[in-house]
Structures are given as structure tokens and as C-alpha cells.
Design a protein around this ligand. Structure first.
Ligand SMILES: NC(=O)c1ccc[n+]([C@@H]2O[C@H](COP(=O)([O-])OP(=O)(O)OC[C@H]3O[C@@H](n4cnc5c(N)ncnc54)[C@H](OP(=O)(O)O)[C@@H]3O)[C@@H](O)[C@H]2O)c1
Length: 343
């Protein structure tokens, strides 16, 4: 089989882990033919050798810019992202740039350019999907490309895949979930007596929270995931502004302790529910019984799909992490490979 040519936009935690995955011997079906980071967009129409990928990932991990690393590994700088996509000859864009759910950010511009060129698309970044789902779908159907985004919800867990399979002929009525590992971690740490501020500092020290943890703590990240689940599992639109949100920063040590005394745990629970013809959605602090799948500790995620005809389906696991997220991206790449082979 001819190699599938990839363009990878974004070489941060997830992008570097993906380069590592693509350097493994069983990934010989794929070739990286174009890359982009914040320093520019680059092409390698002949494909980067698999042996070059770990060194490139290490160069990025050490803070290198593609603009500086490119000449040493056969990448050519192009005038812009569209030119680089075209010059690379890639058939699949892997979009791993930062999430901007309000405008879609550069990821949306890159995605639309790729779809116009007829490319397939694999997203780990959520912003473009949240900001412009309909535009992306229209561009995909005009260009004949496909959009996969398993990595956008639940990291390596196949939350979207499981929800979609379960919902066939069996509408999902309600989803209850812990969709943000940082929030779970902070509330778990507070159960050991830490204040919110101390727990956030500990999450940052453990590499679980960003320097600015607002998107995680204030429910924005979970709200984005609800918007994507609404479309992909319930088949309905949900605007980010329609998700009611409460911040983990509002959790008092007293509320955490009194939930524990009652045999419960305080968690930031994301809920998506059918209401008449539409959906209601929220990310709010609530007490869950200690025996509930939603009483996760550490930084685990949990998703419960409540269906019309087949009861509940629960998915539990590690909801984020570069290696896990890159494995979901790789899973989507294998799906595209099989589709292209007519399997
Ligand atoms: N980390 C996770 O566990 C996880 C899980 C699920 C989904 N995601 C999503 O996946 C995406 C990547 O996450 P991450 O943790 O790898 O983020 P990250 O470490 O912040 O990396 C972002 C990358 O995007 C690059 N970038 C910035 N502007 C760009 C542009 N205009 N064009 C192309 N690339 C650009 C950055 O370039 P520089 O290297 O030059 O700064 C960096 O390489 C995010 O949208 C995130 O929300 C992450």
C-alpha cells in the first residue's frame, strides 16, 4: 500500500507524542510530509524519514522552533499554511494547534484550507469544531473530505466512538460526565484538606494544570466537550454560550468535607440532556454518591450515556495526557487508512 501522507499542525505535547508514535515500526503506513508550529508552515513532499521523527520531537520538547529545526531535517519553509498544505501533497491534516473555541483560531483557518484541498482531517484541538461545526461540515462535503475527532473528548478513551455506536437506533437521552481531569484532581486533593489554591498549585506542579488553569477550572474545557458530544452523539447543535457553567474555584473546603461526611464526593459534573426539541447543558458542582462512577479520584474522567432503549453505558479512564491523546489521533488515522482501502 502507498503511504498515507500527513500534515501535522501543532507540535506541542500531543504533536510530539504523535511524532513518537509515527516513528514506531508498525506505523509504516504513514509518512509526515508537512509540519507547522507557531514559527511557520513547512513541507517535505518526499516525506520525513521515520528515523528523523524522534529527534524532531526532542528538538521541539527542548523549546526549539520549526523555523530553526527545519533546515536540518529536510523541511522547506512555505509562504503560509495553504501553500504548505499544497506543497506537502498530504491527504490528511492532523490538527493539534491550540484550542480557541470562540473564533476557532488558526486551527480553523488551517482546517478550512485543508478541506478545500479535499483533505481528510483528524482533530485533537476542539476550538474549530466548537466555533464552526457547520462551516467545517459544509467544507468537508464540498471537498469530499472526512472529519474525525475521537481525541477531542476523553483523551485516549473512545468516548465519541462508544457513544456513537451505542446511540445507533437507541437515542441517548442524557449524558452525565466528568470531562476535565484537572477539576477532578483539584477536588480530590481538597478532600485531603488542601484549599483550592493549594490544590491548583499541586496540579500545576504535577503537570496536570496549565500555568493559566482557567479553561479547566471554570468549566470552559468541559463545556467545549459537551458541544462536541451534542453534535457527534446526540446529533444536535449546542452553542458554547448555552452551557451553564460553575467554577471549581467556588468549591469551599466545608462543602467538600460535608459531602465526604455524607458518603459523597463533590465533583464538577457535566450534564447534557434532551429537552423537547433541544438540549440543556451545564457544568456544575454537585455531590455524587461515593459508589457512583462519577466519584472518580486522581485525574480520571467518567462518562455515563443514559439511553432510551438499552440502559446506561459508562466509560471510565484517563481523560487526557499527550500519549493517550496521540493514541486516539492514531486510532483515527487507522480508521481513515481502512476507509481508503475500502475495508
Ligand atoms: N494535552 C492533552 O492531553 C490534550 C488532550 C485532548 C485535546 N488536546 C488538544 O490538543 C491540542 C494540542 O494540545 P497540546 O497539549 O499539544 O498543546 P500545546 O502543548 O500547547 O501545543 C500547541 C502547539 O500548537 C502550535 N501552534 C501555535 N500556533 C500555531 C499555528 N498558528 N499553527 C500551527 N501550530 C501552532 C504551538 O507551536 P510552538 O511549539 O511553536 O509554541 C505548539 O506546538 C490543543 O488544542 C488541546 O486542547 C490536548
Amino acid at each position: 500500500m502507498k503511504e498515507l501522507r500527513l500534515f501535522i499542525s501543532g507540535l506541542g505535547h500531543v504533536g510530539r507524542a504523535l511524532l513518537g508514535r509515527l516513528s514506531e515500526p508498525d506505523a509504516a503506513d504513514f509518512a509526515a510530509c508537512g509540519l507547522a508550529d507557531s514559527s511557520g508552515a513547512f513541507s517535505a513532499p518526499g516525506g520525513l524519514g521515520r528515523e528523523a521523527l524522534p529527534g524532531l520531537a526532542e528538538g521541539k520538547r527542548l523549546g526549539g522552533r520549526l523555523a530553526d529545526l527545519a533546515p536540518g531535517c529536510g523541511l522547506r519553509r512555505e509562504a503560509g499554511i495553504r501553500e504548505a498544505l499544497e506543497a506537502s501533497g498530504a491527504g490528511i491534516l492532523v490538527e493539534l494547534a491550540p484550542t480557541d473555541p470562540l473564533t476557532g483560531g488558526p486551527a480553523l483557518v488551517t482546517a478550512l484550507a485543508a478541506l478545500e484541498l479535499g483533505m481528510d482531517l483528524v482533530f485533537a484541538s476542539k476550538g474549530a469544531l466548537v466555533a464552526a461545526w457547520d462551516r467545517l461540515e459544509a467544507a468537508a462535503s464540498a471537498g469530499g473530505g472526512r472529519i474525525l475527532h475521537s481525541a477531542t473528548v476523553g483523551g485516549g478513551m473512545p468516548v465519541i466512538d462508544a457513544g456513537r455506536a451505542f446511540s445507533r437506533g437507541n437515542p441517548i437521552q442524557r449524558i452525565e460526565a466528568l470531562l476535565n481531569g484537572t477539576s477532578v484532581y483539584v477536588l480530590s486533593m481538597m478532600e485531603g484538606g488542601l484549599s483550592v489554591e493549594q490544590a491548583v498549585a499541586q496540579a500545576q506542579a504535577a503537570g496536570l494544570a496549565e500555568a493559566d488553569p482557567s479553561a479547566d477550572l471554570d468549566g470552559l474545557d468541559a463545556a467545549c466537550k459537551l458541544c462536541i458530544l451534542a453534535r457527534s452523539v446526540m446529533g444536535l447543535p449546542l452553542a458554547l454560550g448555552d452551557v451553564e457553567r460553575q467554577s471549581v474555584r467556588e468549591a469551599s473546603p466545608e462543602a467538600v468535607a460535608s459531602a465526604l461526611e455524607r458518603g459523597e464526593r463533590l465533583r464538577a459534573v457535566a450534564v447534557l440532556e434532551r429537552t423537547g426539541g433541544g438540549l440543556s447543558a451545564s457544568v456544575r458542582l454537585g455531590s455524587v454518591p461515593a459508589s457512583s462512577p462519577l466519584a472518580r479520584t486522581g485525574s480520571e474522567n467518567a462518562v455515563i450515556f443514559h439511553s432510551l432503549n438499552a440502559g446506561d453505558l459508562t466509560v471510565l479512564g484517563k481523560g487526557a495526557g499527550p500519549r493517550e491523546t496521540a493514541s486516539a489521533v492514531y486510532r483515527d488515522l487507522l480508521v481513515l487508512r481502512d476507509l481508503r482501502q475500502g475495508l
